[in-house]
Ligand binder design. Structure first.
Ligand code: PMP
Length: 378
């Protein structure tokens, strides 16, 4: 099997799995318990937090362990909007966001918040002038992703941070789920960000929220007051320790893996570009692990099934939205035509993939292309 759906999830590293099992066996105690085993477990949790702080070169920020980036994004956006509502009601984001951001801001609209969307120019870059126009005194929150999960577009976090810098009231949240381990994180001027372990060979149900002004946020989860009172619920210590391991492993050979990913991506793009009727949607200067292309005139699902039958796993738009009938919003926001969106597939790579797999993929691509060639709009 060739697994090219790594933006949906990755295979856990053996070391991450064994760490998770070991901690579960040896430290299954509740870190909030007052006895010696509870205290030892709490110490382990603190050291996982400390290690992540060091690895990510964080300063005073708080690290909160969550069940994944969906929870991190939800907790932050809802908690921050509610905490700041006396200062303003406007939230700015992009249509490229993952549903854990888009659906949360839509729910906040029901509470009376106003949501505005940044725009993208025809060349698919963020329209910073348009954003400047949106930055009124009513804005309390700006949320955007660093790397888009469908197209691999890299968004200009540093430029947005420097625009926001002039508005001290605004909280700037960045979803770094698809960028961590793939492109350098841009954290200057960023007030909070989320990561998800299963996107970098960690485990599913494992995330963090990193936050610089914890006291300024409203709580949305109530209970035992764990994680600074912000995320109640018995902490999954084994998951936290395994997450710190996954972060370390990712950073250990990050530069080398990044170069490998770019090589594999370029190899696929160079190959598929030569076929008439194939439209490349991902940009050359995009993230190293995502290729998005369209078989214009054929449904993406048909192509995904054809690959799947040949034991190659690719995806249509993204695992989170591919089962829904509507067209992918991020592709629309980036001016991809409806027909191209319908025929789009995503190939997403990880450090586990090899040049041989890319070679096999390209051969199979030709076979499938020849099968559907007559249907393609050239
Ligand atoms: N943000 C982005 C950009 C993602 O790609 C994903 C996962 N598809 C998430 C958030 C949600 O992460 P999780 O699966 O950990 O909830």
């Amino acid at each position: 099997m060739i697994y090219f759906d790594n933006s949906a999830t990755t295979k856990p590293d053996k070391e991450v799995l064994s760490t998770f099992n070991k901690v579960n066996e040896d430290y299954y105690f509740n870190p909030a318990s007052p006895h010696v085993k509870g205290l030892e477990t709490e110490k382990l949790l603190d050291s996982a937090r400390e290690q992540i702080r060091k690895l990510l070169k964080l300063d005073q920020q708080s690290i909160i362990f969550t069940s994944g980036a969906t929870e991190s994004n939800n907790l932050l956006l809802t908690g921050m909007a509610r905490a700041k509502k006396q200062f303003g009601r406007t939230i700015i984001t992009t249509k490229l966001e993952h549903p854990s951001v888009l659906e949360t801001v839509r729910a906040l609209e029901e509470e009376g918040f106003i949501v505005k969307y940044m725009r993208f120019k025809e060349d698919e870059t963020l329209d910073l002038e348009h954003l400047e126009g949106l930055l009124t005194s009513d804005v309390i929150l700006v949320a955007m992703m660093h790397v888009n999960n469908v197209m691999g577009a890299i968004l200009p976090v540093a430029e947005v941070a420097s625009l926001i810098h002039n508005y001290p009231k605004i909280h700037f949240h960045v979803d770094c789920v698809q960028s961590f381990g793939k492109v350098p994180l841009q954290l200057e001027g960023v007030h909070s960000f989320s990561l998800s372990g299963h996107k970098f060979n960690g485990l599913k149900g494992q995330g963090i929220l990193v936050f610089s002004q914890l006291k300024t946020i409203a709580h949305t989860l109530f209970g035992g007051g764990q994680e600074y009172g912000f995320r109640s619920g018995t902490v999954n210590v084994a998951s936290a320790v395994a997450m710190s391991r996954a972060i370390r492993l990712t950073l250990d050979d990050y530069e080398m893996q990044r170069a490998r990913l770019y090589q594999m991506k370029e190899e696929i793009e160079r190959y598929v570009k030569q076929f008439p009727g194939i439209q490349l949607n991902s940009q050359q200067n995009g993230a190293p692990h995502i290729v998005n292309l369209s078989f214009v005139g054929v449904k993406g699902e048909v192509i995904v099934n054809a690959f799947s039958k040949r034991d190659i796993m690719v995806s249509t738009t993204s695992a989170c939205s591919s089962k829904r009938a509507k067209l992918n919003e991020s592709l629309t926001a980036l001016h991809v035509s409806d027909e191209a969106i319908t025929g789009s597939i995503r190939i997403s790579l990880s450090k586990n993939n090899t040049a041989e797999e890319v070679h096999t993929f390209n051969e199979v691509f030709r076979e499938i292309y020849e099968e559907v060639e007559e249907l393609l709009k050239k």
